[in-house]
Design a protein around this ligand. Sequence first.
Ligand code: AMP
Length: 511
Amino acid sequence: MTQNLTRQETSARDRAAWQRHGATDVAGLDIGSLPSAWTGHPDRRALLFPAESDHWFTHGELADRSARTASWLRRNGLRPGARVLLCGHNGSSLVLAYLALLSAGATVVLANPAYTTAELVHLITDSQAEWAFAAQPATDRIGSLGLRVVSLDEPLPEAARSTREPDAREPALLAYTSGTTGAPKGVPLTHGNLLSSIRAAMLAWRWSEDDVLVHSLPLSHQHGLGGVHATLLAGSSAVILPDFDAAKLTEAMHTQHATVLFAVPAIYERLLSNAPQALTTPTLRLAVSGSAPLGPELAERLARVMGTPPLERYGSTESGLDVSNPIDGPRLPGTVGLPLPGVELRIADESGEDAPEGEILLRGPQVFSGYWNRAAATRDAFHPGGWFRTGDLGRLDPETGYLRITGRKKELIITGGLNVYPREVEMALEQHPDVAEAAVAGLPSQRWGEQVTAWVVATGAADFDDILAHCRKLLAPYKCPKQVFVVDSLPRNGMGKLRRSALVPPQREPR
Ligand code: AMP
């Protein structure tokens, strides 16, 4: 599948959106390779890992050390294009290994360090990885699988520098989709895909070399890695924390004069209740929210503290960063904004024809070309013309052109023959004063086929009759939950994304 993209085909609506993001020219967003595009002044500060030491890696030091490890890899037989598992916690050796692998022309297979042996075995066999850079306990878990393993828990091996530049069309990453449903599939992303994705966002968000990102998202996921890409491309600086800890994030934001924060809604929720001072860091100019829907209520509560809601954006593993609210506003809660520079977007029905409400289709240089070794899944993932089918449902606001995500195709509940989108019901529930968070799924029912069921985290004495009465005011009766379970927390993955497959009735009685 190729992105046969000619400028004449681009809709006027998309071009207008790119202009709203400040882009007059989108040519060249995907040119080059990641290592060739790192631009920072060699003596400027690049990365700090406060959990390890107070040493600031400069841009020059990162380039030099990673090039030395890349040379060592090549001398030890690593072929360009070889898949290499990278499985570690946020830290300097993870970043240095990642940069070295990119310089050596390897394809990095990102693995979450919390993966079980079975999950790692799936990634290794599916990707046919030959090498691994791993930290404990993953090193032990993969010890018997016949890979060449380099430990991230010790200083990385280095050899005298020699360079080889990868090409824009070579795969840099093999990212596995989060696997909240089904077995994870490999998503090859080229240097060009990754560059165009982050460059479009940097342009729209006016990223400059003076920016300071304070970052606690896992670098084993693209959302986290994007922060490192932006920092190295802009020549700016970033403070990388091992994981999310409200107090440590707040301290780092204040002492390091953070200008940018990347977070997911679950992190914003926790900051709001435990550490609102993080959100009022005087130097903070850009707080971005993504990976999961930012509920309008949470956005409003955040706006009360921050003066403005976080800048919500939308993207996926397969398509990178695609849509964002414009930095100069308006920021419309409940929407993800306008297509980023170079991104084409349309809404289509099942057959791929334009429709007012339906599946979100994306096209552009940041969109992948097909799943790793899965021809059938790749065929299903594209409509003719290179339009990627996101599986997300949405509509464009007729007045503003902003995208509203209304749900996911696979999550659709069919109850008594009628379609219910869980997100719509969740948003209604979250407007109830006693409901902090809500998740909705269909449970099997003899009478309805599936019945709308809610799991809620309550802040007060939420009572089923009261919640139902509230829903009835906002939703047609068939959309209202037939059962409501009050739970302590919702099942989420490491990125704060709801794990719908884990929504099961709790042992105790429903309220
Ligand atoms: P992943 O491939 O793990 O990055 O997940 C991508 C999916 O996350 C998208 O297809 C959406 O379903 C969801 N997602 C990402 N950003 C948003 C957002 N701002 N609002 C709603 N859903 C989002």
